[in-house]
Design a protein around this ligand. Structure first.
Ligand code: NAD
Length: 468
């Protein structure tokens, strides 16, 4: 049982009298608990982060080394962290281990990236230098689907740029992040990374707190809007990585045998709980049935089960609320005349499993198509005219990712050019990397994570204008 994992505040392990149960989504059983941070403890975390900022921001080399040490210690603890992650989130162990290794890779990447000055004028009148200064204390708030990696998309660049951080994981998956905080307290100076935990209310306190100068949030659009309102009160900088309803447009010239597995993997990885998963497929009417059949065949062979069992490719939904949400969307679509070709039901008596589900003939305006399902249910919509498919793809407030699938790179590129999304893939749907900027347009986000752009997002520009 995981009942003794602490918060990390000012380098010390901090407990709390009040605790929140954490449940294994594969069984529904309580596997541990997380502390619930009090207002005083949050104040202490913010004060520690603020006090640590001075020393931390001054020594670029020390930060670089510390980030490398973080990467090393994360790699040394892959098994423990992956075990906790699978236990609280449900994903297969191999994917959880990949998430921990990915986190380490993000720290290595940012350790090697320079927070450089840029000379924009150097003449007889002046030398003008654009400097990148840390913003200060960053309040980082993460979701439950990819808890460690998405937290570290924030922590690594924020620390590299010289900021200090107060990090809050989701109440559904707090343990892996809290444990990471304990492990990293062995290397990071006290106060540089504080990890607190609690209910959603703690997120509200953090965004309203006067100390942070930046809020970095990943989560739903609805919460993102609340965060933006709270951050506006004292003009905190913000990065918001929000929900997506990514369209995949499949043209008439594709090779279904290669498209179907790639599309399936993109839509059903992490049981569909990925912000930039393919969430609605527009397929040319001449290839609709063939693609549907191929996806159904794959769906029926996927091994679904607890993330700890060997060969399992899909775990449960992470929360009962999410399972109920997916169930409701599929049931509504079915009641309105859509065909559920495979899946469409809960699985087993324990845990929050839902069958990999392929749906055709859903109304384009149904919630299953028009909203983010964030689960293992994929609707296919047939089109006869590319312009109509493009219209459907863009007729939404979401704008995170999208993909176009075609044997003809020119056709794919032409359509990709007209899609409104932060990332458009062709003949794939999901490639992300520490060096590749990631963010949403429209309601899918504000700002960018990853790459040098992600580092810039944790800096304020200061101009040093030296008159000659
Ligand atoms: P959520 O918005 O419910 O919660 C996210 C985090 O915000 C949690 O830590 C939660 O405790 C906290 N929170 C809740 N209310 C708050 C408030 N009023 N103020 C401050 N913090 C608050 O999201 P979720 O259900 O955990 O995550 C799923 C959503 O996240 C999906 O919509 C998904 O698409 C999105 N997501 C986006 C990305 C991306 O990079 N764009 C990545 C992963 C997930």
């Amino acid at each position: 049982m995981l009942h003794d994992i602490s918060m990390t505040i000012d380098g010390a392990a901090v407990a709390s009298d009040q605790r929140l149960d954490v449940v294994d989504p594969a069984t529904g059983a309580v596997i541990g608990s997380s502390p619930i941070c009090t207002g005083e403890q949050l104040d202490a975390a913010m004060a520690a982060a603020s006090a640590a900022g001075n020393g931390w921001s001054r020594d670029d080399d020390a930060r670089r080394h510390a980030l490398r040490d973080v990467a090393t210690i994360l790699r040394a603890n892959v098994d423990e962290l992956a075990g906790i992650l699978t236990a609280e989130q449900g994903k297969p162990l191999a994917d959880a281990a990949g998430e921990v290794r990915g986190s380490a890779a993000w720290f290595d990447y940012y350790a090697n990236l320079d927070v450089g000055d840029q000379v924009v004028q150097d003449d007889e009148r002046a030398q003008v230098i654009v400097r990148r200064r840390p913003i200060g204390v960053v309040a980082a708030i993460s979701p439950w689907n990819v808890p460690l990696l998405l937290a570290n998309w924030k922590v690594a660049p924020a620390l590299r740029a010289g900021n200090t951080v107060v990090l809050k994981p989701s109440p559904f998956t707090p343990l892996s992040t809290l444990r990471m905080g304990e492990i990293l307290s062995e290397i990071l100076p006290p106060g540089v990374l504080n990890v607190v935990a609690g209910t959603d209310e703690l997120g509200v306190w953090m965004t309203a707190h006067p100390t942070p100068r930046k809020v970095s949030f990943t989560g739903s659009i609805a919460t993102g809007k609340r965060v933006a309102v709270a951050a506006a009160a004292d003009l905190k900088r913000m990065t918001l990585e929000l929900g997506g309803n990514d369209p995949a447009i499949v043209l008439d010239d594709v090779d279904i045998a290669s498209v179907a597995p790639a599309l399936f993997e993109s839509a059903f990885n992490n049981a569909g709980q990925i912000c930039c998963a393919a969430k609605r497929v527009y397929v040319h009417e001449s290839r609709h049935d063939e693609l549907a059949e191929a996806l159904v065949e794959i769906a029926r062979t996927v091994k679904v089960g607890p993330g700890t069992a060997p060969d399992v490719r899909m775990g449960p939904l992470a929360t009962p609320v999410q399972r109920d949400h997916v169930e409701r969307l599929v049931d509504q679509a079915r009641d309105a005349g859509a065909q559920v070709l495979t899946g469409g039901r809960r699985m087993g008596d324990d845990g929050y499993f839902y069958e990999p589900t392929i749906v055709t003939n859903a109304d384009p305006d149904s919630d299953l198509v028009a909203h983010e399902q964030f689960g293992p249910a994929l609707p296919l919509i047939s089109y006869d005219d590319e312009a109509a498919a493009l219209g459907h793809a863009n007729a939404t407030n979401y704008g995170l990712g999208a993909s176009v699938w075609s044997a003809d790179p020119g056709r794919a590129a032409d359509l990709a050019d007209r899609i409104q999304a932060g990332t458009v893939w062709t003949n794939s749907h999901r490639g992300l990397g520490m060096h590749i900027p990631f963010g949403g347009v429209k309601w899918s986000g504000v700002g960018i994570e990853n790459g040098p752009w992600g580092l810039d997002a944790y800096t304020d520009i200061q101009v040093l204008n030296r008159a000659r």
